[in-house]
Design a protein around this ligand. Structure first.
Ligand code: SF4
Ligand code: SF4
Length: 95
C-alpha cells in the first residue's frame, strides 16, 4: 500500500509527553498511523504522514496534542474547488 506524505518537516503536530496518560486514543483515531504507543506513552511514529486532520487532538482526554487542523488539506481543497482531479500537488508517493 502506498503511503502519502506531505511536504517533509512542515507538520504542525506537537505532543506534550508530560501530559500523556497513555490511553491510546490518538493511535486509534489517527487515519494515517502517525501516532503509536510505546512504553505506555504516545509516540509520533511517522510525523510526515500527518495530514493535520486534528482527530488526535480533538480526542485526547489529556490535552496532550496540538495541531493546526486543516493546514495539510489546503491544497486538496483548492484543487477540488478548481475542478482538478488526482492527488494534491503537495503530496508525494512513498512505498
Ligand atoms: S490520546 Fe492523549 S493521553 Fe491518550 S495516548 Fe494519545 S496523547 Fe496520550
Ligand atoms: S492530525 Fe490527524 S493525521 Fe495527524 S497525527 Fe493527528 S489524527 Fe493523525
Amino acid at each position: 500500500m502506498n503511503r502519502f506524505v506531505y511536504l517533509p518537516d512542515v507538520v504542525s503536530l506537537q505532543l506534550n509527553d508530560n501530559r500523556c496518560t497513555g490511553c491510546g486514543m490518538c493511535a486509534i483515531v489517527c487515519p494515517h498511523g502517525v501516532m503509536t504507543l510505546e512504553n505506555g506513552r504516545a509516540l509520533i511514529a511517522d510525523r510526515d504522514a500527518c495530514m493535520e486532520c486534528g482527530a488526535c487532538a480533538r480526542n485526547c482526554p489529556a490535552d496532550a496534542i496540538a495541531v493546526q487542523a486543516g493546514v495539510g488539506c489546503a491544497q486538496a481543497v483548492i484543487n477540488a474547488a478548481l475542478g482538478r482531479t488526482g492527488k494534491a500537488c503537495c503530496t508525494i508517493d512513498r512505498e
